[in-house]
Design a binder for this molecule. Structure first.
Ligand SMILES: Nc1ncnc2c1ncn2[C@@H]1O[C@H](COP(=O)(O)OP(=O)(O)O)[C@@H](O)[C@H]1O
Ligand SMILES: [Mg+2]
Length: 385
């Protein structure tokens, strides 16, 4: 109903989010993001996950509902939307939380390797198998196995995976007998598996077996209420890590971040904030510090310089913003939506209220109106009861 997120950030006191370690591991091999979580997270620190947008809040309650069960979940979402983080969260909320969490990227292995990685192998199973080795299913015993990019599994492995899920036991490559396993599977995909099924690339029986609980993770551009809370979250993370002072955001920077479509989703946003803190020359982050693709930063520059060159020379961002506003208004005048005045007023109040994290005192101050007038207006707009 309302587009306005409640700007809460959820805090959990467990640590599965050791970024330093994860990023190192990811760039090292793109395969296992947490080979041994208990060994790497010597320090327990709180991690804050953002679920502010109404869509994310719904998602969170779904996760909380299904965490305790052992049912297989299939997380569907574009890259960078937080699929792995959701999987870790499900694990952390489950009865298996003290067991291992193993994350494997199915696309990272060659067809011949993936089977022995997943199911393990016996000594002598193939040339070079001088030792027997347990696979990821056995490593994850008592815990959760996260299979990322499950659509990349070769057909022959899909058959074996289905069998493992049905029988709850694995047969190592080259072994005669099966080993029982107790593993919860969470799979993830950024491709439309139904389409892969139709095209004959993914087994239908396996598809139904893994999508017992489908979890749709919308792209960031479809849950814009998460954008500013995430920005705040990553500003804090990277400010602490880089030991910089508390950064401020110029209003144009905020606008740009709210409008940008974030094709790389949360991961892109995180990288943008990290880089901005590294390159920014002042403690107020400007749109150029975000270094977004030229087309977006151009838009703001063009407007500022083409419309009012003298203002750009004077370097006054206040005047540049005013001129951009005029530009936008001219566009609106040409397209004349109905009730233009009411529309602009409503957007101004809504955006200011959102900008101030739903703090009425701050919003009234920002807009230069009294709190009573603001409250009346917020009621009219159904933003407060
Ligand atoms: N809800 C969230 N709150 C805070 N950080 C998040 C959230 N979702 C994702 N992230 C962060 O965004 C980055 C990408 O998430 P990840 O789970 O690796 O995405 P995916 O597996 O879909 O590619 C990670 O650094 C992760 O910690
Ligand atoms: Mg991932």
């Amino acid at each position: 109903m309302s587009d306005f997120p409640n700007m809460r950030t959820q805090h959990w006191n467990y640590d599965y989010h050791d970024d330093d370690h994860r990023h190192a591991a990811e760039s090292a091999e793109h395969v296992i993001t947490h080979p041994n979580p208990s060994a790497v997270s010597l320090s327990i620190r709180a991690s804050a996950l953002v679920f502010s947008d109404p869509k994310s809040q719904n998602l969170l309650s779904l996760i909380e509902k299904i965490a305790a069960s052992n049912a297989t979940a299939l997380i569907i979402g574009e890259t960078g939307t937080g699929k792995e983080l959701i999987a870790r969260h499900i694990h952390a909320l489950s009865n298996r939380k003290s067991g291992p969490f193993q994350a494997i990227n199915c696309g990272a292995f060659s067809e011949t390797l993936v089977e022995s990685e997943l199911f393990g192998y016996e000594r002598g199973a193939f040339t070079g198998a001088t030792q027997s080795k347990i696979g990821w299913f056995e490593t994850a015993n008592g815990g959760t196995l996260f299979l990322d990019e499950i659509g990349d599994l070769p057909q022959s492995t899909q058959v074996k995976l289905l069998r493992v899920l049905q029988e709850r036991e694995v047969v190592r490559v080259g072994a005669r007998k099966a080993t029982p396993i107790d593993v919860r599977l969470i799979a993830a995909t950024n491709v439309n598996l139904e389409e892969a099924v139709r095209a004959g690339r993914f087994r239908e029986d396996l598809y139904y077996r893994i999508k017992v609980i489908p979890i749709d993770l919308p792209p960031l551009r479809e849950r814009r209420g998460d954008i500013l809370p995430l920005v705040e979250h990553f500003l804090t993370v990277y400010k602490n890590r880089l030991q910089t002072s508390t950064p401020q955001l110029a209003p144009e920077t905020i606008r740009l971040m709210l409008e940008y479509p974030w094709p790389g989703n949360i991961r892109e946003l995180e990288n943008v904030i990290h880089r901005a803190l590294l390159v920014a020359t002042s403690s107020t982050l400007q749109p150029r510090d975000l270094n977004l693709p030229a087309i977006y930063s151009l838009q703001s520059k063009e407007v500022a310089s083409a419309e009012t060159p003298e203002i750009t020379v004077s370097g006054s961002s206040q005047s540049a913003t005013t001129s951009r506003l005029e530009h936008v208004l001219n566009d609106l005048f040409e397209n004349t939506p109905p009730n233009l005045y009411e529309l602009i007023n409503a957007i101004t109040v809504q955006k200011a209220y959102q900008f101030c994290n739903h703090n009425q005192v701050h919003t009234a101050k920002l807009l230069g109106i009294s709190r009573n007038i603001l409250r009346a207006r917020l009621k009219e707009l159904n933003l407060i009861a």
